[in-house]
Ligand binder design. Structure first.
Ligand code: AHR
Length: 323
């Protein structure tokens, strides 16, 4: 071929392009992984901290996060998951509002080749290959911690010890497991009796409303309140005060989460103890996304380490609290 200005230009252009190509391929490989996350809702201080942890960790690790809030409704979460499947995201993450009813949508994700990571709450499915890993707390153990604390606190009391229980969202893993763990411990002594147990849906407003009904029905008969989360306990504290009683004195109050609001209540002498449940799952979730993208295997269960904080240590611990 005779070299003229035109084909010289073409040759130069294609040389430049091919020298750029490896970079282009690399840039394609390095495309931010896309994570579709279907959140439960915004029902509690805990959940707000959990959402914030996920959003900030995604930003820090360069994950392209698509986020949806299901407003505590399973059908909304299923819709969100289906839309992530349609969008062909790299990974789907979610914190299931309830334990059951996930088989079909998770099979759809599997058929589409999209790995699923469970955070905070688990699912009850026939085939556990429908998700890659479950990261979060041991809710049964949280219930046991609450129970052990009460057994120790009341060891010199001959009883009866009448307990009212504010359960979390009906059918949710934390509500089922925290009840189970607590009952497992207190059943060792028949002086402990759960005289009323009802859901407060993990919210302050419902916690207050249900506690008002408990107080109306049982009055001074109530010795202990066991709330499955801090928000319901905080709502119940208002109800107890409005009924002219002293929270944490007339009624012992035990709750779960360890949010700042609970520490403030303990420092004000209104809450006896909170069992820790960490919402700070964002960084772990993002590293799971990176591992999945890199083809690295993940353990089926990633457990969060947690403590228990009685009111006596609240003031000293408060400055260390991150949520
Ligand atoms: O699944 C975790 C629970 O959900 C938290 O204890 C509660 O506060 C939240 O809403």
């Amino acid at each position: 071929m005779k070299l003229n200005r035109r084909n010289l230009n073409i040759a130069l252009a294609s040389a430049t392009l091919s020298s750029m190509l490896p970079g282009l391929v690399l840039a394609q490989d390095k495309k931010a992984p896309v994570l579709g996350f279907a959140q439960v809702g915004a029902e509690s201080e805990w959940r707000t901290a959990n959402t914030e942890s996920i959003k900030s960790a995604a930003k820090a690790s360069g994950v392209d996060l698509k986020f949806s809030d299901a407003q505590q409704k399973q059908e909304n979460q299923i819709k969100a998951i289906r839309s992530y499947i349609a969008q062909k995201v790299d990974v789907i993450g979610f914190s299931p509002v309830v334990e059951t009813g996930w088989d079909t949508v998770l099979m759809e994700a599997k058929a589409a080749g999209i790995p699923v990571v469970l955070t905070d709450r688990s699912v009850s499915v026939k085939d556990d290959s429908l998700y890659v890993t479950f990261m979060g707390s041991d809710f049964v153990e949280e219930g046991r911690k609450a129970g052990r604390w009460l057994v120790e606190k009341e060891k010199d009391n001959k009883g009866p010890v009448n307990i009212v229980e504010l359960q979390g969202t009906v059918g949710s893993a934390p509500a089922i497991d925290r009840k189970k763990g607590f009952e497992e411990i207190i059943k060792s002594d028949p002086k402990f009796k759960i005289i009323r147990s009802q859901t407060g849906d993990f919210t302050r407003a419902k916690g207050k409303e249900v506690m008002e009904a408990f107080l109306k029905a049982e009055g001074k008969n109530i010795n202990v309140l066991y709330a499955h989360n801090d928000d319901m306990a905080i709502g119940a504290i208002q109800a107890i005060e409005e009924a002219g009683m002293k929270p944490a004195q007339d009624i012992i109050i035990i709750s779960v989460d360890g949010v700042k609001g609970a520490f403030e209540a303990m420092m004000a002498g209104k809450l006896n103890v909170t069992v820790e449940c960490s919402p700070l799952l964002g960084p772990q979730l993002m590293s799971a996304v990176a591992d999945i993208k890199a083809g690295k295997p993940l353990p089926k269960r990633i457990l969060t380490k947690e403590g228990i904080f009685p009111m006596e240590v609240a003031k000293a611990e408060f400055p260390n609290r991150k949520y």
